[in-house]
Design a protein around this ligand. Structure first.
Ligand code: ZN
Length: 231
């Protein structure tokens, strides 16, 4: 059995799942759908330390840095790491040109406090920072299935920002996420251009996930909205 991770030397604190769930519920109760962006902001802020902790976790096992791991190793090690730090098991896969992260026991998903929309906003923010560092370029993350809305799993899509934006836009037109991803034969944007836009993109990711709240999406764009529930 692998050794557990040291919290102090990795700038981590242990909080209970109950506290996390209560914090989310309180935020939505007090500030409404804006809570999504607030939770994502917290996730963004914690992403760099999380990535550094993963690097140390790998190093302690005499494994290479995250960005140097072979693809097959990356999937199994990332899963082991997130389980080790209490977030849950995660399996890494592919769906056309985007990466999928699936978890049937993710800590932020809470079937006991049901939502009408995917609710793991903190995780989406943290993943965007974490996997952006792995990829060496900005990525966008969107949760499309969630245990909080009765799904068997939480599923996050991780992809290049231009691709994810188009996936989101297609979903806004009523296309199911898997079809939207499959249709995504898209030209790659200039990387330097992406880097200049990183702050804007972060905001955009937050807005996108914020828009996954149906009423908010309808009001903002004046159209039907992303039908996450029907996927
Ligand atoms: Zn979830």
């Amino acid at each position: 059995m692998a050794q557990s991770i040291g919290l102090n030397e990795n700038a981590l604190v242990a909080i209970t799942r109950d506290s996390l769930s209560a914090l989310r519920a309180a935020l939505f109760r007090e500030v409404g759908p804006s809570a999504a962006a607030l939770l994502q902001e917290a996730g963004f802020a914690g992403g760099p330390a999380l990535y550094a902790a993963f690097g140390r976790w790998l190093s302690s096992r005499r494994l290479p840095a995250p960005e140097s791991l072979a693809a097959g190793d990356f999937s199994s090690r990332a899963s082991e790491f997130f389980r080790d730090i209490g977030w849950g098991s995660v399996s890494v896969g592919e769906l056309a040109s985007v990466m999928t992260l699936d978890s049937s026991d993710w800590a932020e998903g809470d079937p006991d406090h049901p939502l009408d929309f995917p609710g793991c906003y903190y995780s989406a923010g943290a993943f965007a920072e974490f996997f952006g560092r792995v990829a060496g370029e900005p990525v966008a993350v969107m949760e499309v299935e969630c245990r909080s809305m009765g799904a068997e799993r939480c599923r996050f899509l991780v992809g290049a920002t231009d691709i994810m934006q188009r996936v989101y836009d297609a979903m806004g037109e009523g296309v199911a996420y898997d079809q939207a991803v499959a249709a995504g034969t898209l030209p790659r944007s200039d990387v330097a251009f992406q880097r200049r836009r990183v702050e804007w993109i972060r905001e955009q990711v937050a807005v996108d996930q914020h828009l996954a709240v149906p009423r908010q999406h309808d009001g903002a764009l004046g159209r039907q909205g992303v039908k996450i529930r029907s996927v």
